[in-house]
Design a protein around this ligand. Structure first.
Ligand SMILES: [Zn+2]
Length: 276
């Protein structure tokens, strides 16, 4: 995962009404910053929109998983790719700018509006659903899926506050972590520290391994939870929210069972409801 803007700061957070983050370079001695692809993918939108100005969207397939990712980059000064172009992660896809119209009528400041959607496999992006309910439905907080802290490229991050997050303790020595679940994903250099604990968001089974979704240095990484052959645990999960989740589970069981470990979206919703 690559940071689409290399130098700048967070100027707008992910909220229910703004399912994206805004990244500004105003005050950072940057002019016409290049905008980079978040990771390998195929361009599925390159168009001018009334609100978003020059907008690009890229579909990122996640081999072996039951979901893919889609990223959108708005208010670009110029677009450097067309639909169906294949791009590698970190490729320059355009130049940051201030195109588009703000809904409140004020001038658009220089910034990148950046969305990440976690979409079901086979999802077809169209400009119509790009503006509508699908964004709200699929958008996830891009801050959790960015690598700026680890790359240290001058990005001023606003810290993410987490409460009541389950923790994953690393039991194994030399446990590798990856940018996505599955053996085909990119391995990060180095290993997770044995005995350390990291926030745990859930797990997914890919390539016969159960992969934990962890937050390490403000980025999301994946690590195998157990030896596929012997079943020996490499990661142990402790969940301080268990009581809360259990309570909500009983209430919601009437509608449908909650797959706490299989669905990141549900887990977040459950925690929020429990705390409030
Ligand atoms: Zn925005």
């Amino acid at each position: 995962m690559y940071n689409p803007l290399k130098v700048g700061h967070l100027s707008g957070k992910f909220t229910t009404t703004h399912p994206a983050i805004d990244m500004s370079w105003v005050g950072d001695n940057v002019v016409d910053p290049p905008i980079h692809a978040w990771r390998d993918g195929v361009v599925v939108q390159s168009a001018f929109e009334y609100l978003g100005g020059n907008v690009m969207a890229i579909l990122h397939e996640v081999p072996g998983a039951d979901y893919d990712y889609l990223t959108r980059y708005a208010h670009l000064k110029s677009r450097g790719k067309v639909i169906k172009d294949k791009v590698l992660g970190d490729t320059i896809i355009g130049v940051g700018g201030h195109t588009g119209i703000r809904s409140d009528g004020r001038p658009m400041p220089n910034h990148l509006h950046f969305e990440i959607w976690k979409i079901p496999k086979g999802y077809v992006f169209t400009t119509i659903n790009g503006h509508g309910a699908d964004r709200t439905k699929y958008a996830v907080d891009p801050q959790l899926l960015m690598s700026s802290n680890m790359r240290g490229e001058g990005f001023r991050m606003v810290p993410i506050t987490l409460s009541n997050t389950a923790k994953a303790k690393i039991l194994a020595a030399k446990l590798q972590c990856r940018d996505l679940p599955g053996l085909a994903s990119i391995k990060f250099p180095g290993y997770l520290a044995q005995g350390a604990s990291y926030p745990f968001y859930g797990s997914v089974v890919v390539d016969g391994y159960k992969w934990a979704e962890l937050r390490v240095n403000n980025r999301i990484v994946y690590a195998a939870m157990a030896d596929k052959t012997t079943g020996a645990a490499w990661i142990e999960v402790t969940d301080p929210t268990k009581e809360i989740i259990k309570t909500v589970e009983i209430i919601k069981e009437v509608e449908r069972p909650i797959d706490v470990f299989g669905n990141l979206g549900d887990l977040h919703i459950v925690i929020q409801r429990g705390v409030k």
